[in-house]
Design a protein around this ligand. Structure first.
Ligand SMILES: [Zn+2]
Length: 393
């Protein structure tokens, strides 16, 4: 094994991240708790904690319980420390959140996606929102963006932020460049479902869980997959392309990929709307009304919703069978529009599932799962002590 010489500054930053990460996971800890968690010496912990308090990242919250002797001073992440911006560029809406270091949403807004027609207008709108919230830019760590189809990792290839709708042609590189030029902030861009599972992994209600599947069924459908605490993106950066898993070879629907029976040809809100409007061409399609009619057993809505849920259930069961997650999160408008859809989905899953322990839950951040997940792309730079980091001051 080659001996790697670690610079003291690198080691210091690494240890600061370990302490911050320890507080992220455990919420409040004493210095002695941190020393035990990190298996290091008390002088080291005290030195790091003092630095983090002086820098405003950590604060003392009062005294904890003590069986004997002096009660310990408890510590937590300082909620007034720097913030992160998260943006979901969805197929129908753009959502923006500004969150604390522990992913609490301080400010939120959303715009219809038709109001945003270029990289310039996106970055301008985000900049104006940050200003309207009176958040100074030097208090912002960076901007994270989650979007459908933003998986392409190869910088030499043209990257479109959106990969399928004709009216979206934002260059991914251009967005990163504009965020740097206009806001002087770094930007991170990832696929929407990957961002959602990252947010759930780091800040969700089950954040001790390391194996999570986030099913994001919205105007498109995808899955974010976390394996052993890390988002799994696959050899071609296309892991979790859930929409094109084939769940019914005898299906009549031809998917946009040219194959028959893909889950995505039936099971997202775009497909549901299209199926309803084929039968009711003169009515504008309101998803809430569609679900109400399905609940009442009115056709064709009942059959369309039932089929969408059947496809999704088969897809989710296949994911569970292959990946063995501890948690499956049902996120996106398809599930959030009405709890009836989640209940029906769980009935189908229970009917198909082999005995095993897997929790099926709602997303911790509801409709903001992708936006908060996008902010987590920024926040993880504060906590992630598993990667080599820049030692420069
Ligand atoms: Zn397909």
């Amino acid at each position: 094994m080659p001996v790697v010489k670690v610079q003291p500054a690198t080691l210091r930053k690494l240890n600061e991240r370990r302490v911050l990460n320890c507080l992220r996971v455990n919420k409040t800890l004493s210095r002695a708790d941190i020393q035990r968690e990190l298996n290091t010496t008390m002088p080291t912990v005290s030195r790091i904690v003092d630095t983090l308090i002086a820098q405003g990242w950590v604060r003392e919250t009062g005294y904890g319980d003590s069986a004997m002797g002096r009660p310990p001073v408890m510590l937590e992440i300082n909620p007034t420390s720097p913030v992160a911006v998260g943006v979901e560029v969805g197929r129908e809406a753009v959502r923006v959140v500004i969150v604390t270091l522990v992913a609490e949403v301080l400010h939120r807004t959303q715009w219809p996606v038709v109001a945003i027609d270029s990289a310039e207008s996106l970055v301008t709108a985000v900049a104006e929102f940050i200003e309207a919230c009176n958040v100074p830019l030097d208090h912002v760590l960076g901007v994270g963006i989650g979007a459908p189809g933003a998986r392409d990792p190869h910088p030499e290839l043209p990257k479109r932020l959106m990969d399928d709708e004709t009216h979206h042609h934002w260059q991914r590189d251009r967005v990163e460049q504009l965020v740097m030029e206009r806001l002087h902030l770094p930007a991170w861009i990832d696929n929407d479902a990957n961002a959602a599972v990252l947010g759930e992994l780091w800040f969700g209600s089950q954040c001790q869980q390391r194996n999570i599947v986030f099913v994001y069924a919205d105007a498109g459908v995808g899955a974010g997959i976390a394996v052993d605490g890390t988002v799994y993106s696959g050899e071609n950066n296309s892991a979790g392309e859930f929409a094109h898993t084939i769940v019914d070879m005898s299906s009549e629907e031809i998917c946009e990929c040219g194959r028959r029976g893909c889950l995505g040809s039936v099971a997202h809100t775009t497909a549901i709307r299209a199926a309803v409007s084929r039968v009711r061409p003169d009515e504008p399609v309101d998803l809430g009304v569609v679900v109400q009619r399905a609940k009442a057993g009115t056709e064709p809505e009942a059959a369309i919703i039932s089929r969408a849920l059947d496809f999704l259930a088969v897809g989710v069961i296949n994911l569970i069978q292959v990946l063995d997650p501890g948690v499956v999160v049902l996120g996106g408008t398809t599930f959030l529009v009405d709890s009836f859809l989640v209940d029906e989905m769980i009935l189908r899953l229970n009917g198909l599932m082999q005995p095993r322990h897997v929790a099926v839950i709602a997303p911790a951040f509801g409709h903001e799962a992708v936006a908060v997940g996008a902010a987590t792309l920024v926040l993880r730079t504060v906590y992630d002590h598993t990667q080599v980091i820049d030692a420069s001051p």
